[in-house]
Design a protein around this ligand. Structure first.
Ligand SMILES: [Zn+2]
Length: 273
């Protein structure tokens, strides 16, 4: 998480220096604000031949060009990609660490061991959702109602907003994504200690979903058996229960937040009775 944190802090400091103090932050406005005579920065949408590339940034000591794939239909994704490329300009091209980037969905979501891409993702997250500004609007407790509110306010996707909250939240948490009931992937905070089951949603789990096309986003959690979602044993601790909140979105996607606290831990059996 350290590289993401570095990126987020860099973006937050930049916004403060530039005097951005209201949401939403427009990546194009940020580009205008960092475009100077002695170092020009230009952002353009372009139709790329290769669908895999979402954004590019290239530069030299006189300026930088950012290209965003005009085929990106999701506005949240488009803004995140633009913010990610601004991160490359600000953190890598201007200090002349690396002068050319081509970023696809791998770089923009799970770049694993690429610190430069992780910095750019942290930068994008901090640029679109600077913590001092989002805290003016919300207590930032992790729940779908808060996440949806900030996602809408900042023009970021639910997943990007979850990741931002996950970072700001101290309690262990994870988000599990299913598509048409089948396990798709998960993101977990560093302190989430348990192995997440990669199984289809059970009929019981389906009954707990909130269909957010028809109902408001929930702010509360259900308490369920920990073994419904995870291997409940890890590092000598057994979780008896876990808190879950599942939303059903468009096109059969469900997003579930998992979290737990001390109340979820099974009491140790007394060996001395
Ligand atoms: Zn990148």
């Amino acid at each position: 998480m350290i590289e993401e944190q570095k990126g987020a802090t860099e973006a937050e400091n930049l916004l403060e220096d530039l005097g951005f103090n209201a949401l939403p932050i427009s990546p194009k406005d940020v580009v205008t604000a960092i475009d100077f005579d002695d170092f020009t920065v230009v952002i353009e949408e372009q139709y790329f031949d290769s669908d895999g590339i979402l954004g590019k940034a290239v530069g030299n000591d006189k300026g930088a060009l950012i290209y965003i794939n005009a085929n990106i239909s999701d506005p949240g994704r488009l803004r995140f990609t633009a913010a990610h490329e601004i991160g490359h300009v600000s953190m890598h091209i201007i200090p002349q660490l690396k002068m050319s980037f081509e970023c696809g969905s791998k770089e923009l979501s799970n770049p694993f061991n690429d610190p430069i891409e992780r910095q750019a993702n942290g930068f994008a997250s901090g640029l679109l959702m600077p913590k001092t500004l989002i805290r003016k609007h919300c207590d930032c407790e992790i729940n779908w109602r808060n996440i949806q509110f900030i996602s809408e306010l900042c023009g970021a996707s639910l997943e990007a907003t979850y990741r931002r909250f996950s970072f700001l939240e101290k309690a262990p948490n994870a988000m599990v994504i299913h598509h048409n009931g089948k396990f798709s992937r998960f993101v977990a905070s560093k302190n989430f200690e348990f192995y997440i089951d990669q199984t289809p949603l059970s009929s019981h789990q389906k009954t707990l979903m909130t269909d957010v096309k028809k109902e408001p986003y929930p702010h509360d959690f259900d308490t369920v058996d920990a073994s419904d979602w995870i291997n409940p044993q890890s590092k000598g601790i057994t979780l008896e229960s876990i808190y879950t909140s599942t939303i059903l979105l468009n096109e059969g996607f469900t997003y579930t937040i998992l979290t737990y606290d001390d109340d979820c831990i099974a009491e140790e059996e007394d060996e001395y009775y």
